[in-house]
Write a protein that binds this ligand. Structure first.
Ligand code: NAD
Ligand code: TYD
Length: 373
């Protein structure tokens, strides 16, 4: 039996991970630590029960982290908590350094102290692990003909978000080299799936379509991302936690490179197909293009490019496949259709977010007045 601390468990991937872990490891205890920033949602998690505990707190608080680690006798930390949106990092980088860099160090320090104490008397009775969840964006942008990044590819982060994640990754490595803290790292490509906050490309565009708004594609839509379903990411994290070696980094991706325009067109077609199959949807989402017999693709609208917009991310997951036996299971078009279905079926979840002043403020700042979208 393991006792897990999951930081950022109310965010997109964290919540999917907590749900996955509770389902597949019913014997384990899970403690979620989350500051409930704008991106955190209690409603993304199941109701609390004796198997898992909710703690609202900030990873930057080292003493608070220490207390929780002791109190819950945590042996496994899965660190998701971060500021995660590139566009917000361009607007205000400071918070990214505070949470992603200082916060990661505060958590590492707490873990080092607490796990170090009980090791004075000899080997710890349970194997321990600090797993740091990171991104492929730390490797920077690839040219069209470059090979996908491997674990040994040098870091070259371009956005403040990517730079803050890269700094955190280096700290995690340093705690292994310096203190022999049993760490593992994973660098994953773009995720999509349920409970994805509607500021990122896929969920934003789904809710925009359902609300009859335009789809603001940055630049010419030629940037390439390597999309992975969040459940495949969770399975990858499980493989690393159970079989990964301390000090090792594993890249997680599905060799599913698509231009943004391809993703958006696929999304539009998935929405149109869902409406065609279920006429009730047109009554319920009356502003959506298919409700008026218009293809969703007509809402594609090219807008000013993101500054420093990385052209291409592509990740080589061979090490994770070869050494830990992981492979992605969700085919992209099916995953996209299932994600559209999830947003159709969970309107309450996203409408509550759309109703928040903070969300509306961000959309207005980033894209102009909401009515222009
Ligand atoms: P998210 O923005 O949806 O969620 C982040 C969560 O962290 C939220 O619940 C938020 O409340 C919490 N949080 C923020 N600051 C905190 C703090 N100081 N203390 C405690 N909790 C705090 O992010 P996500 O998309 O779920 O990403 C999770 C992790 O995975 C991040 O570390 C991100 O860098 C990494 N990652 C994300 C992707 C992706 O495609 N989304 C891909 C690769 C890696
Ligand atoms: P995003 O979901 O923000 O993830 P990341 O920047 O971490 O890759 O964006 C994915 C791609 O979609 C990225 O190339 C930027 C682009 N994009 C748009 O074209 N329009 C948008 O409104 C958003 C949010 C993203």
């Amino acid at each position: 039996m393991s006792r897990l601390l999951v930081t950022g468990g109310a965010g997109f991937i964290g919540a999917n991970f907590v749900r996955y872990w509770l389902e597949h490891h019913p014997e384990d205890r899970v403690v979620v630590l989350d500051a409930l920033t704008y991106a955190g949602n209690r409603s993304s998690l199941p109701p609390e029960d004796e198997r898992w505990r909710w703690v609202e707190g900030d990873v930057v608080d080292r003493a608070g982290n220490e207390q929780l680690l002791r109190e819950e006798e945590i042996d496994t930390v899965v660190h998701f908590a971060a500021e995660s949106h590139v566009d917000r990092s361009i607007e205000s980088p400071q918070r990214f350094v505070e949470v992603n860099v200082v916060g990661t160090n505060a958590l590492l320090e707490a873990v080092r102290r607490v796990w170090g104490e009980s090791e004075e008397g000899g080997l710890s009775p349970t194997p321990r692990r600090f797993h740091h969840v990171s991104t492929d964006e730390v490797y920077g942008s690839l040219g069209p003909a470059d090979p996908p990044v491997r674990e040994a590819t040098p870091y070259a982060p371009n956005s403040p978000y990517a730079a803050s994640k890269a700094a955190a990754d280096h700290l995690v490595r340093a705690y292994f080299e310096t203190y022999r803290l049993p760490v593992t790292l994973s660098n994953c490509s773009n995720n999509y799936g349920p409970y994805h906050y509607p500021e990122k490309l896929i969920p934003l565009f789904i809710v925009n379509l359902l609300e009859g708004r335009e789809l603001p594609v940055y630049g010419a839509g030629i940037n390439v991302r390597d999309w992975l379903h969040v459940e495949d990411h969770c399975r990858g994290l499980e493989a690393i936690l159970l079989r990964g070696l301390p000090g090792e980094t594993y890249n997680v991706g599905s060799r599913n490179e698509r231009t943004n325009l391809e993703v958006v067109e696929g999304l539009c077609d998935a929405v149109d197909r869902a409406f065609a199959a279920e006429p009730e949807l047109s009554k319920h989402f009356a502003s959506a293009p298919p409700a008026a017999g218009v293809p969703s693709r007509s809402k594609i609208h090219f807008v000013k490019d993101r500054p420093g917009h990385d052209l291409r991310y592509a990740i080589d997951p061979s090490k994770l496949e070869r050494e830990l036996g992981w492979s992605p299971r969700v085919e992209f078009d099916e995953g996209l259709a299932a994600t559209v279905r999830w947003y159709l079926d969970h309107e309450r979840w996203w409408r509550e977010i759309l109703g928040r002043g903070g969300y509306r403020g961000w959309i207005a700042r980033q894209y102009g007045r909401p009515s222009e979208l």
